[in-house]
Design a protein around this ligand. Structure first.
Ligand SMILES: NC(=O)c1ccc[n+]([C@@H]2O[C@H](COP(=O)([O-])OP(=O)(O)OC[C@H]3O[C@@H](n4cnc5c(N)ncnc54)[C@H](OP(=O)(O)O)[C@@H]3O)[C@@H](O)[C@H]2O)c1
Length: 330
């Protein structure tokens, strides 16, 4: 795709779609040529609203189009694997919303389908692509950080539901484990660079849908992590990564607060605080990487491992909070 215009088709007309379409349209080398909905009328209405030429009835119709090189999938999580695989088989590159799928088996199937078709894929987890995230890596490697000890990550939104929200429907992959655990579990995988040896988790469930997740995990070498996610507390999108010499702290890692630069702090044992801010646009960076030609393997491994962690959390919850060993990578 590198060096020419990549034409995107959008699958789904949900509330995140508007923002991502704007990000696609404002990324150099990218155009949005079509949008598909279950309803032809809605597709045409959104096409008009977003300045997209073609509104297509049905997702399969979009995949048949010659003016689509890549798709952005913004459907409920239980539908991601089906349409990501169909897109790959139609020869389209894939940008799929988080959680990539609802299980690691599905995620591996997406990876296999894209590999077989020779197309590129990314999950739309913007924070991984912010320039600040590269700076996190630098800090964790810095001798002033010391040895990694503990990570805590908290992600919540208070009752972020619309009517008939897929987040409240277990059959559509609803619940905070997949929705918000994707961020918190992903942060822990990012900070350690590996899977935990074991996890133990508890969830508050309503009608079979997780509303709150609390988890602890161990990585060996005295490295541990705790997660807190849910729909029953005010917005939190922060972490603390504690080393033997200082801690890296961020209060907006999933997405910078509106109208403020991305920020983080390094606190040392003497109470000295170094404050850092960053400009840049995480979604445009992400899209640029997808349409470029550099390897995406590290992001794909991050997604597969994150899904593995979420599977293990669910397994522990199903076992009443028992310590569960995390399966080793495929
Ligand atoms: N990266 C981020 O920052 C971010 C933020 C929010 C959400 N997300 C993710 O984006 C995805 C979509 O979330 P959203 O909040 O945009 O969802 P949403 O508003 O509910 O939209 C989902 C879209 O999927 C289509 N759909 C197909 N079958 C459906 C069904 N049975 N029930 C409901 N919708 C169905 C609908 O479009 P048509 O009917 O027009 O086909 C609908 O507009 C989720 O995976 C979510 O986790 C990511």
């Amino acid at each position: 795709m590198s060096g020419s215009i990549t034409r995107f088709g959008v699958i789904g007309t949900g509330r995140i779609t508007r923002r991502l379409v704007a990000d696609l349209q404002s990324t150099e080398g990218v155009e949005v040529t079509a949008i598909a909905s279950r309803s032809g009328e809605r597709a045409r209405w959104y096409g008009d609203q977003y300045g997209i030429g073609a509104g297509v009835e049905g997702y399969a119709g979009l995949l048949k189009r010659d003016d689509v090189d890549a798709v952005y999938i913004s459907l409920p999580p239980s539908m991601h694997a089906e349409w990501a695989i169909a897109a790959a088989q139609a020869g389209k590159h894939v940008l799929c919303e988080k959680p990539l799928t609802v299980s690691v088996a599905e995620t591996i199937a997406v990876d296999d389908a894209c590999r077989d078709a020779g197309v590129r894929w990314l999950d739309a987890t913007g924070w991984l692509h912010h320039d600040r995230t590269d700076a996190f890596v630098g800090w964790l490697d810095d001798q002033r950080f010391g040895k990694l000890g503990h990570i805590s990550a908290s992600v919540s939104f208070f009752q972020p539901f619309q009517s008939d929200d897929h987040r409240l429907d277990a059959t559509l992959g609803g619940g905070c484990i997949l929705d918000l655990g994707w961020y918190a579990g992903g942060l822990v995988r990012f900070a350690t660079g590996k899977l935990p040896l074991w996890v133990s988790a508890d969830a508050v469930m309503i009608d079979g849908v997780s509303q709150r997740l609390t988890a602890i995990m161990g990585f060996g070498d005295d490295v541990t992590a705790t997660l807190s996610c849910g729909y029953d507390t005010a917005t939190r999108k922060w972490f603390e990564i504690a080393g033997s010499e200082s801690s890296l702290i961020c209060d907006d890692f999933t997405r910078p607060w509106p109208d403020r630069p991305a920020r983080c702090w390094i606190h040392d044992a003497a109470g000295t605080v170094q404050s850092e801010t960053f400009e840049g646009h995480q979604e445009r960076n992400m899209i640029t990487k997808l349409v470029g030609d550099k390897s995406l393997a590290r992001y794909q491994r991050q997604a597969i491992d994150t899904q593995t962690i979420l599977d293990s959390l669910q397994q522990s919850i199903d076992a009443g909070g028992a310590k569960v060993s995390t399966p080793r990578p495929f």
